[in-house]
Structure formats: structure tokens, C-alpha cells
Design a protein around this ligand. Structure first.
Ligand SMILES: NC(=O)c1ccc[n+]([C@@H]2O[C@H](COP(=O)([O-])OP(=O)(O)OC[C@H]3O[C@@H](n4cnc5c(N)ncnc54)[C@H](OP(=O)(O)O)[C@@H]3O)[C@@H](O)[C@H]2O)c1
Length: 268
């Protein structure tokens, strides 16, 4: 099997690196194409990829074509690959807002997977949600899933609306965590800790809490009940958050990202 990654930017290279570790692919079975001279120079120095600048030299040989260019490049790219593709090939697109129907129409082939990654894919801890057109077989889906899993975990969703929804949770979610961390670091600084100590206090607290959560079957609510005793310090903090409706505000933020994903989809 051969995979072609189009777009050697942030995400394209992250997935190319991840897939290069897949047992499904033999060495040098990942081709990467980019239009930028600078990126090609960098790619040529990476021994585990074959770098291309011309679609005609790599598209026909690919079994899976992984699209990682910005959404505004989608139309011209798909029009250019249209005469080079065949109906047996699978396109996986991670472009935000570009729908399966649009890709089918422009690229002219039926097997399309639309996926939504997130930033921790860069360190193998990502979450990719994906949805496939009905023409992708069960066996092909297993292959796709296995390739996406090389950057962390993946979940298959039943419709494209849930891809927009996952943008609001896992896609934009890392930024919500950073927002919370930043607020806690600012509080630590105000309490008199150095910048360095504030960073360690907050980052280790997040790492520890998430590890605890991952190693248990308890819900976040159960963990909160365990650490917050009546009249205690944690209860004071949680009551303050509850009184300020932080719970609802976080949900509003997630829905704002979801709604924006829907709007962007309409623009494309
Ligand atoms: N970054 C994220 O966290 C994230 C999350 C979810 C989804 N995504 C999606 O991932 C996609 C890629 O994002 P990114 O941040 O990796 O973008 P990026 O760093 O800008 O990478 C895109 C690369 O594709 C190249 N390119 C543009 N047109 C091309 C063409 N026709 N053929 C081949 N290469 C072409 C670009 O070259 P130039 O620089 O010369 O244009 C650039 O090197 C986007 O569609 C985005 O919606 C990203």
C-alpha cells in the first residue's frame, strides 16, 4: 500500500511521520507532495519519505491520498487531481469545513473520508474523529482507522455534523485547557509564586489529575466529590465556579466553536 500526503505543513508532516511508523506501510511507501520549495528541500533531507512537487508523478501510484492543505486551496487542488485519480483510491481530508459531497464533486471519486484532528497529534497523543462516505468498505475503514491511530486515537462518527461538533470539543479543546492553565498560572503568580514555580504547579496538577482520571472508571463529578469535603478549600473553589456559572460558560464556548465550524463549512 502507498500513501500520498499532499501538503507538508504542520498537520501533513505530523500525519506523515505518524503513518511512517504504521505496520501497514513498508519503508518509503509514504510520498509527500508540497508546492513550496522550502518544504521540498526539508522533505528531501528526510530519508523516510519520497518528496514530490508534481501531482502527475505521485497521485496515480497512491492507494490513499491524504489532503492536508488549507481549505482555501481545496478547489484548485481537487480540480488538478481530478484527471489523475481512479475510483479505487481513497481520499482522506483533514481540511476544516470541506464536505464529503464537495470533495466527491471536485475530485470525481466516491471513496472519501473526512477527518478532524487536534494539535496533540504532534506528539502521538491526538484525537482524530472521522466519517466516511458509504463507498468506503469496512476493510478499508479499518485501514484508515489504523493509519489515523498512528497519531493517537481515532473515533469514527456517523455523520458530518458530528465532525463539526468534534471541532468544538477535541479540535479546539486543547486551547480551552490552555485557557484554564493560564488562569491558574496567573492566580499562582498573584499568590506570590515565581513564574517557574507557577508553571510547574499548574502543569503537574493537570498531568496528575488527567492520569488519575485515565486510570480510573470514575466520572469527573465523582472525582470532584472525592476531593471536595464540606466546608473545605476545594469545595470553596467549586462553589465559586458554580456561583459564577463557569460550567455553562464552558459549554457556551464549545458551542461557539461548533457553530463557527458549521459557518465555515457553509463558506466553503
Ligand atoms: N493545525 C491544526 O491544528 C488543524 C486542526 C484541524 C484541522 N486542520 C486542517 O489541516 C489542514 C492543514 O493545516 P496546517 O496547519 O498543517 O497548514 P499549513 O501548515 O499551512 O500546511 C499546508 C501546506 O500545504 C501546502 N500547499 C498549499 N497548496 C498546495 C497544493 N496545491 N499542493 C501541495 N501543497 C500545497 C502549503 O504550502 P504554502 O505554505 O506554500 O501555501 C503548506 O506547506 C487545514 O486544512 C486545516 O483546516 C488543522
Amino acid at each position: 500500500m502507498k500513501v500520498l500526503v499532499i501538503g507538508a505543513g504542520n498537520m501533513g508532516l505530523t500525519y506523515a511521520e505518524g503513518m511512517s511508523k504504521s505496520k501497514l506501510l513498508k519503508k518509503r511507501n509514504i510520498m509527500v507532495l508540497d508546492t513550496s520549495e522550502e518544504k521540498l528541500e526539508k522533505l528531501n533531507k528526510m530519508a523516510h519519505f519520497d518528496a514530490f512537487s508534481e501531482l502527475k508523478d505521485c497521485v496515480p501510484q497512491a492507494d490513499i491520498i491524504f489532503i492536508a492543505v488549507k481549505p482555501y486551496h481545496a478547489e484548485s487542488l481537487f480540480k488538478a487531481i481530478n484527471p489523475l485519480v481512479n475510483p479505487g483510491q481513497i481520499i482522506i481530508s483533514i481540511m476544516a469545513g470541506v464536505t464529503i459531497d464537495n470533495i466527491k464533486l471536485l475530485a470525481g471519486i466516491p471513496k472519501i473520508v473526512r477527518a478532524m484532528p487536534n494539535l496533540p497529534a504532534k506528539i502521538g497523543k491526538g484525537l482524530t474523529s472521522f466519517v466516511a462516505s458509504k463507498d468506503v468498505s469496512k476493510i478499508e475503514l479499518l485501514t484508515v482507522e489504523s493509519l489515523l491511530d498512528t497519531t493517537g486515537k481515532s473515533i469514527q462518527v456517523s455523520n458530518e455534523g458530528l465532525i463539526d461538533a468534534s471541532t468544538g470539543i477535541s479540535g479546539s479543546g486543547p486551547a480551552y485547557v490552555f485557557y484554564f492553565m493560564q488562569s491558574m498560572m496567573e492566580a499562582a503568580l498573584q499568590m506570590g509564586f515565581s513564574k517557574n514555580d507557577s508553571t510547574v504547579l499548574v502543569s503537574q496538577t493537570f498531568t496528575g489529575a488527567i492520569e488519575l482520571f485515565n486510570q480510573s472508571n470514575l466520572s469527573p463529578n465523582s472525582w470532584m466529590d472525592m476531593v471536595a469535603s464540606k466546608g473545605g478549600t476545594t469545595r470553596a473553589a467549586l462553589d465559586s465556579m458554580q456561583g459564577n456559572n463557569v460550567n455553562e460558560l464552558i459549554k457556551d464556548a464549545a458551542f461557539a466553536a461548533f457553530n463557527r465550524a458549521v459557518e465555515l463549512g457553509k463558506e466553503h
